[in-house]
Design a protein around this ligand. Structure first.
Ligand SMILES: CC(C)[C@H](C(=O)O)[C@@H](O)C(=O)O
Ligand code: SF4
Length: 464
């Protein structure tokens, strides 16, 4: 029987297996960020050294400042400094404050070529699933696992099952990878991918840019999946060519000839098969405190009767927390803040989409744009995108996780409603009492200039 893409990468990394099927895997790349300090403490406490500093890379993102804030808690800078110190002590290459390669680990990693097809990549961060967009097997691990990988460059894992999601048709105007993944999550549920690695394929995927594929794989974890992945193709190879940490020259051509075999065989069997029709997807927003509460923006806040019976218990708490009226139109929701950023949607393509909309008006509410990396920031500035944002009254910041998780102090005030391009809308995610609605960059920019959730396709001056 044929093998899936996942089978091929998994099997080529197994060092040994226990009787219960748990495997010891070799890790090709280990990315660590500034919220991983405890793992280094654990390593030190055990008197160990990083086993393969050459395969370990540090990135300051969660705690890094995105602007000058006189009230900023110095503890945040300490976290950034601690990563730099741990990296220096352990001889790890690390991209910290002031480094032109710094960025959110899931944005800067791929753009530096640290993520390569066929590799097994881990990071102490749930959104490591992002890197699967380049045909890698990539998943998030916990703190003690980070310490294990630091010490041994290996990891014990139970073999996940495989799920295949085929996306047929094509995406309509202003329907993006973000709308697609939100729709997938609302279709299969926030637990629908549990215990599985999802492989995405189909015409829509073939036509997606790498940036959009990164967005799609990024949120696989919000469907409960262990990882998301896409078989590498010509788009992938073109993206990787010339990246600083990718193979160079003849080695690149040799690598591509190996990478071409990284597809699921025609007769490979997945444990689950799902098909999604892209034509039916509209620009999508979430209304509740789980990404699975995604609906077309043309829809309304569900009434209790419209909620699945097993999810009704949570419903009134969510409605209260989010300050919603059952049945009200989603486009009537007035926003107080807009955040364009995060490892889901802070790449150049995302900023270009947001800028197209920003050109059409002026921000009605405080709007922050946080590029995903220094490289994205530089490219955006070369194209003049920052000027478009500034003219529209949006703030233009330095790269980092920022308001996605509010760990660096950038937060949404208590009770404020935020249109956000990030990936999690949990209660308190963007700050205590914050109310998050997830959406694409163009949709967030549309909310910024109208002051309420808006169907970007209906904005004046838009051609669909
Ligand atoms: C802080 C970090 C460990 C966390 C994660 O694992 O994802 C964060 O990045 C998040 O998005 O919630
Ligand atoms: S941008 Fe948000 S989701 Fe991504 S790694 Fe940072 S905190 Fe996590």
């Amino acid at each position: 029987m044929g093998r899936t893409l996942f089978d091929k990468i998994w099997e080529s990394h197994v060092i040994t297996e226990r009787d219960d099927g748990t495997a010891l895997l070799f890790i090709d790349r280990h990315l660590v960020h500034d919220a991983t300090a405890q793992a280094f403490d654990q390593l030190k406490a055990e008197g160990k050294k990083v086993r393969r500093p050459d395969l370990t890379f540090g990135m300051a993102d969660h705690y890094i400042a995105t602007h000058h804030d006189p009230e900023r808690d110095p503890v945040h800078d300490d976290m950034v400094t601690t990563l730099a110190e741990n990296a220096r002590d352990q001889h790890i290459m690390s991209f910290g404050a002031g480094d032109e390669r710094q960025g959110i680990v899931h944005v800067a990693g791929p753009e530096l070529g640290l993520t390569l097809p066929g590799t097994l990549l881990v990071c102490g961060d749930s959104h490591t699933s992002t890197h699967g967009a380049l045909g890698a097997l990539a998943f998030g691990i916990g703190t003690s696992e980070v310490a294990h990988v630091l010490a041994t460059q290996t990891l014990w894992q139970k073999r996940p099952r495989s799920m295949h999601i085929r996306i047929d048709g094509e995406l309509g105007p202003y329907v993006t990878a973000k709308d697609l993944i939100l729709t997938i999550i609302s279709t299969i549920g926030a637990n629908g991918g549990a215990g599985h690695v999802i492989e995405y394929s189909g015409k829509v995927i073939d036509e997606l840019s790498i940036e959009s594929r990164l967005t799609l794989c990024n949120m696989s974890i919000e469907a409960g999946a262990r990882a998301g992945m896409i078989a590498p193709d010509e788009t992938t190879f073109a993206y990787l060519k010339g990246k600083p940490f990718a193979p160079q020259g003849e080695n690149f051509e040799r690598a591509v000839s190996v990478w071409r075999n990284l597809t699921s065989d025609a007769d490979a069997q997945h444990d689950a098969e799902i098909t999604i029709e892209a034509r039916a997807i509209a620009p999508t927003v979430t209304w509740g405190n789980s990404p699975e509460t995604a609906l077309p923006v043309t829809d309304h806040v569900p009434t209790l009767e419209e909620i699945e019976v097993n999810k009704r218990e949570q419903y009134s708490a969510t409605i209260e927390y989010m300050g919603l009226e059952p049945g009200e139109k989603l486009t009537s929701l007035v926003v107080d803040r807009v955040f364009i950023g995060s490892c889901t949607n802070s790449r150049l393509e995302d900023l270009r989409e947001a800028a197209k909309i920003a050109k059409l008006g002026k921000a009605k509410v405080p709007t922050v744009v946080v590029p995903g990396s220094q490289q994205v920031r530089r490219q955006a500035e070369q194209e003049g995108l920052h000027e478009i944002f500034l003219q529209a009254g949006f703030e233009w910041r330095e790269p980092g996780c920022s308001m996605c998780v509010a760990m660096n102090g950038d937060s949404v005030p208590d009770g404020a409603r935020c249109a956000s391009t990030s990936n999690r809308n949990f209660a308190g995610r963007q700050g205590p009492g914050s109310r998050t609605h997830l959406m694409s960059p163009a949709m967030a920019a549309a909310a910024a200039i109208t002051g309420h959730l808006t169907d970007v396709r209906e904005l004046e001056g838009i051609k669909c």
